[in-house]
Design a protein around this ligand. Structure first.
Ligand SMILES: [Fe+2]
Length: 285
């Protein structure tokens, strides 16, 4: 392998890496460039990969702290007994936004797919903040928004289930490594802008959602077997359309973050646990 990492720009954001086999640790110089590329673009695509779960976890670990093996959803699947896969549409969201420490990165590998006919959509929340009109920036830059446990059938977009975990984050949330401000509200899990009457906050949230999902900002990854997409969950949001339950679909997943959901909420009531883990069957795409 050469000392210079080969890659190409994805539009409207992201980078496709060429010539890196994720099953093998690269030389330090390449690893450094990969990490730098990741922090510049927040989303990396690798093609033609064949990885065991352990190999994938090891590659994901090049970019941060891995979840313990038993604490992440390892397979997003409707064919494996140990897999989770809902069929519902998932609007744009950041995984575990309702926690103090959301997931930092997700790496998905396409294992079994209706090739070319299933996709995941991504937007850069760093770009979303940078490109937000100034008048909207001014209104929300020092505000926080409450994120609640969503995933799956909720009580409507603005529904609030007090039994489940909630957390408020800054709407302009600084990225922990790069310091970039990232627009951290999302249609799947944001409920209210803190300390603002709902009738004032709701139209603001709608305007922010519309901005986040502006068509020219969306990268839609059309999946093929062997594709790996690694994304920064603090700097990107992802979404997927409804799925056909009769079409086999398996993604192998590795997750990075300082604390898992269970570590952050060690004493959830049995009722809340039942709801949360019941609904995780519909998480994420
Ligand atoms: Fe998700």
């Amino acid at each position: 392998m050469a000392d210079q990492l080969e890659w190409r720009q994805i539009e409207p954001f992201g980078a496709e890496v060429v010539g890196v086999d994720l099953s093998q640790a690269p030389p330090q110089a390449i690893l450094n460039q990969l990490r730098q590329l990741y922090d510049q673009h927040h989303l990396l695509v690798f093609r033609g990969q064949k990885l065991t779960l352990e190999q994938q976890r090891s590659a994901a670990g090049w970019f941060g702290k891995l979840y313990p093996p038993a604490e992440g959803v390892n397979f997003i699947s409707n064919t494996r007994k140990d897999g989770y896969l809902g069929n519902l549409e998932l609007k744009f969201h950041s995984d575990l936004a309702h926690c103090e420490y959301p997931i930092e990165s997700v790496m998905l590998l396409g294992v079994e797919l209706d090739e070319g006919n299933t996709s995941t959509k991504f937007v850069s929340s760093a770009k979303a903040w940078a490109e937000l009109p100034d008048d909207l920036k001014k209104v929300v830059e020092n505000r926080r928004a409450v994120q609640c446990f969503a995933y799956g059938p909720t009580e409507g977009v603005y529904g609030f289930d007090e039994r489940l975990p909630n957390w408020s984050h800054r709407i302009a949330r600084p990225h922990p490594r790069t310091g970039e401000l990232c627009l951290y509200v999302m249609p799947e899990s944001t409920r209210v802008i803190e300390d603002m009457p709902e009738e004032e906050g709701r139209p603001l949230l709608e305007a922010l959602y519309e901005h986040i999902a502006r068509p020219e900002a969306v990268y839609e990854h059309i999946w093929h077997v062997g594709d790996v997409v690694l994304w920064d969950n603090l700097a990107c949001q992802h979404a997927r359309g409804a799925l056909n339950p009769d079409v086999p679909r398996t993604m192998q997943r590795a997750t990075l973050g300082p604390l898992t959901f269970k570590q952050q909420y060690p004493s959830l009531s049995p009722e809340a646990q039942e709801i949360v883990f019941g609904r995780l069957g519909a998480e994420p795409g």
